[in-house]
Design a protein around this ligand. Structure first.
Ligand code: ZN
Length: 291
């Protein structure tokens, strides 16, 4: 087992320290986890984007209609007969309302709302078979709470899937956003997400989840660390030929911010390390094995 090459790592990290507090002004907040936990669920269809040169609609045979949503299935993508029900869960803390047969198009659906950094986000979870939530009233939800079972109610063309939409600010068609920040055809979508700069996901892959856990474990071993800032989670998978880099910022005592860096070996994902710049000693604390 070998820690990330320190000289290379520290050099890059020193360069990046200057960027520590400069988040892109227009970045969307990263606040959601996936609307399911079943590892066999994946994307059947992504967002088809209407932009100059790529106009979705009947006039474009390549993009005959616009789909401002993500469709998730459990089964084989091109074999709808194999598609199975799965549990739909809340993507973040907030409020939810179940609307049984609430729309001809969406069928039974659950709407959720989430206030994130002063901005309201909504999700629509459509074509559900059922929901454990009481009908037609807002209830508090915690991330991961079951809010429904994927089905084929409404205009689902008889195909069992979850139609998932995200809105920013208001529940208007013009306010829909692609949580993956890809805005292309389904072929461009990775199976479980994209943690790019504009993506809404807190974390996408199992390695992201592991890195977040390691980072939070490291913070908990140092009393100066107070709370994580989830929307600062980032990654640079091509940082080094042998190592993937991820990071997360924390509020620390004294009104300061500290970024914990995390490296995962591309050779063996069990080799994982954390690093941060100590705000009191003003030195790098060295790569430490994650546990
Ligand atoms: Zn859909």
């Amino acid at each position: 087992m070998k820690a990330p090459k320190t000289q290379h790592g520290v050099f890059l990290l020193l360069m990046m320290t200057g960027l520590l507090l400069t988040a892109p002004a227009h970045a969307l907040a990263k606040f959601m986890t996936l609307p399911f936990t079943d590892p066999d669920v994946h994307i059947q269809q992504g967002w088809l984007y209407d932009s100059p040169g790529v106009l979705c609609g009947p006039s474009n045979p390549d993009y005959p209609y616009c789909h401002y949503a993500i469709d998730y299935i459990k089964g084989t993508v091109d074999s709808p007969a194999t598609w199975l029900p799965f549990t739909v869960v809340a993507v973040a803390d907030g409020q939810a309302q179940y609307r049984p047969n609430g729309s001809q198009t969406w069928g039974n659906y659950v709407i959720t709302k989430h206030m994130v950094g002063g901005v309201m986000y909504y999700t629509i979870n459509a074509h559900l078979a059922t929901s454990p939530l009481p009908p037609n009233q807002w209830v508090g939800i915690t991330r991961g709470d079951p809010i429904g079972t994927a089905g084929k109610s409404g205009l689902a063309n008889g195909l069992l899937h979850l139609h998932f939409e995200v809105y920013k600010d208001q529940l208007l068609k013009t306010n829909r956003v692609d949580p993956y920040d890809i805005y292309k055809t389904k072929a461009a979508y990775p199976p479980h997400g994209n943690c790019g700069p504009g993506a809404l996901w807190v974390a996408c892959s199992a390695r992201d989840q592991q890195a977040l856990q390691d980072i939070e474990n490291r913070a908990q071993r140092d009393a100066r660390f107070l709370s994580a800032i989830p929307e600062t989670f980032g990654q640079q998978l091509d940082w080094d030929p042998s190592w993937e880099l991820r990071w997360l910022d924390f509020h620390v005592t004294g009104g300061r911010l500290v970024r914990i860096w995390h490296a995962t070996s591309k050779v063996n994902a069990a080799w994982r390390y954390t690093l941060f710049f100590d705000p009191d000693t003003h030195t790098w604390n060295g790569w430490t094995q994650a546990f």
